[in-house]
Design a protein around this ligand. Structure first.
Ligand SMILES: [Zn+2]
Ligand SMILES: [Zn+2]
Length: 125
């Protein structure tokens, strides 16, 4: 099977990354921490292997916020783009934000997490 390559960058473009597939556990997370950090209804992430992830540029522009004892949220310190979530307890994985990927992520997002705090103002289909 052809190896899947993922690429992404932040809004201002100073930070760019690449990662090797496959992705797993693509999900919309409605926890209140994701809502606060993204300023949006959800944080949308997919897991990849940490070993296949690297910054193409701008790693020094990334700030990590410790949102919990083990959770680390990486963002661009210039434009604020949320780039990844990782856990100190699972150093082999990193969860990348689907909204930063270029080209656009084309896989399914079938999981929803923390739906108990899913906002009521999401559009109704
Ligand atoms: Zn940026
Ligand atoms: Zn969350």
């Amino acid at each position: 099977m052809e190896e899947q390559k993922l690429r992404g960058r932040c809004l201002c473009g100073l930070v760019a990354y690449e990662a090797a597939g496959p992705v797993s556990h693509a999900s919309h997370c409605y926890c209140t921490m994701c809502q606060k950090q993204h300023g949006a209804a959800a944080g949308t992430y997919a897991n990849v292997a940490r070993a296949g992830f690297r910054f193409e540029r701008g790693e020094e522009m990334v700030t990590e916020y410790a949102s919990s004892e083990h959770g680390r949220r990486g963002f661009c310190r210039v434009c604020g783009s949320t780039l990844y979530w990782r856990s100190e307890q699972a150093p082999d994985r990193i969860a990348l934000t689907l909204g930063t990927m270029e080209p656009e992520y084309d896989g399914p997002v079938e999981r929803e997490l923390h739906t108990d705090t899913k906002p009521k103002w999401l559009p109704v289909r």
